[in-house]
Design a protein around this ligand. Sequence first.
Ligand SMILES: Nc1ncnc2c1ncn2[C@@H]1O[C@H](COP(=O)(O)OP(=O)(O)OP(=O)(O)O)[C@@H](O)[C@H]1O
Length: 337
Amino acid sequence: MSAKPLPSPRPGILSLLSRGPLAEHPQAEPRRVCVIANPAAGSLRGRRLARALARLEALGCRVSVRATTRPGDATRLAREAAASGQIDVVVAAGGDGTINEVANGLAGSGVALGVIPLGTANVLAIEAGLPRNPARAARVIATGGERPLYLGEVRTSAETPLGGPRRFVMMAGAGFDAHVVDKVDLGLKRRTGGLAYAWGALHRAFTYTFPPCHVEVWGPDGTQTSATAATVVVCNGRHYGGPFVAARAADISRPTFQVVLLPRPGLLNVLRYGLWLALGRLERLPDVRVIEATRVRIGIQDAEPLHADGDTIAHMPVEIVMAPEPVRLIVPRVTRP
Ligand SMILES: Nc1ncnc2c1ncn2[C@@H]1O[C@H](COP(=O)(O)OP(=O)(O)OP(=O)(O)O)[C@@H](O)[C@H]1O
């Protein structure tokens, strides 16, 4: 998680969030839902959140709301909600960073995870086919089915800011990728969304030379592969940075990763990889390797960052494995003909 302060939340949202538990509706076995809202998330607006909360209540859910006050808060709030024994679904209202923190708080609890996508990129929402419209997202939370969401688990020699191993939902990245995330201008991200990353990538490609990542990858059958790369992305899901598909074979409901290795550094290669990613053809480039894995070890120079779901969460060296138990992700029900 980035230690950098984010721009202040917009006024008005906190007053909406601080009103505590909402009115309860007596219904047969209503879902008991705790919504954890990040007022600093990219597209969280009081109006949009209020629409989702009203729809949850209208659908008979018993809803309570908690607002985060700083990075890391969503993990604590999710852990408390799960431990209370009074909650069936904890909902992350925010972007992928908020989902990451909530999923970290829920891991191993058996309490389900819901999502109201109110972030900038909303990669998990795209991956799992969750509606971006807040009222429709609320309907999924109230009436949806579920699928397993396996989490990656990052092990380092140092304590992570949240204590214990830190888990990730969609991806973890090292090398060039992690530097871009680490140095992204959060004010620019608030104003321009994903363009802040594109700008950051160009800027970093011009101005910095990176030490290569030394990677060891263990496949599901125990096969070990060693490689060196400028960028390593450990994909738990298919999508990367929004709607772009980085690893077609990745599946959040399977306990394996697809490790994408981009070997070459430099501006021209950043442009080449970026273009092919945008075209959905990154894996077709002859120098790009994609390896299925259950365990990954990455070493660069000490203190090089690792990002997970868009926030810097640890520094090298790291080992990445699958967390033992999946989280129960609430998703739209599949209607069969
Ligand atoms: N009250 C708060 N004030 C400042 N930062 C917060 C607060 N609560 C959470 N955060 C941090 O805000 C960061 C960004 O949140 P999040 O990722 O949900 O939104 P986003 O960046 O707009 O969306 P996405 O990741 O989908 O692009 C997270 O790293 C989280 O730790």
